[in-house]
Design a protein around this ligand. Structure first.
Ligand SMILES: [Zn+2]
Length: 81
């Protein structure tokens, strides 16, 4: 009786294939960015006015995203340490 059941592990439980990150602690912490006008983009709040969902890191904002207060482009923002 041959019943060779090759059953590779079903990998449906892991929706995040982020194994390349050498520092797992960085996952929880997203940087805030400050506009010259004083506005601070906080990834934990997103930007409702511009349809930016909560949890969007600054780096993933669309290129045409601008400061909701003064209209400055992303390149003028500085990372808040
Ligand atoms: Zn601004």
């Amino acid at each position: 009786m041959r019943c060779k059941k090759v059953n590779p592990e079903p990998r449906t439980l892991n929706p995040e294939p982020r194994t390349l990150n050498p520092e797992p602690n960085m996952e929880d912490r997203m940087d805030k960015w400050e506009c010259p006008c004083g506005y601070i983009y906080d990834p934990e709040e997103g930007d409702a006015e511009n349809n930016i969902p909560v949890g969007t890191p600054f780096e993933e904002l669309p290129d045409d995203w601008v400061c909701p207060l003064c209209g400055a482009e992303k390149e003028y923002f500085e990372k808040v340490e």
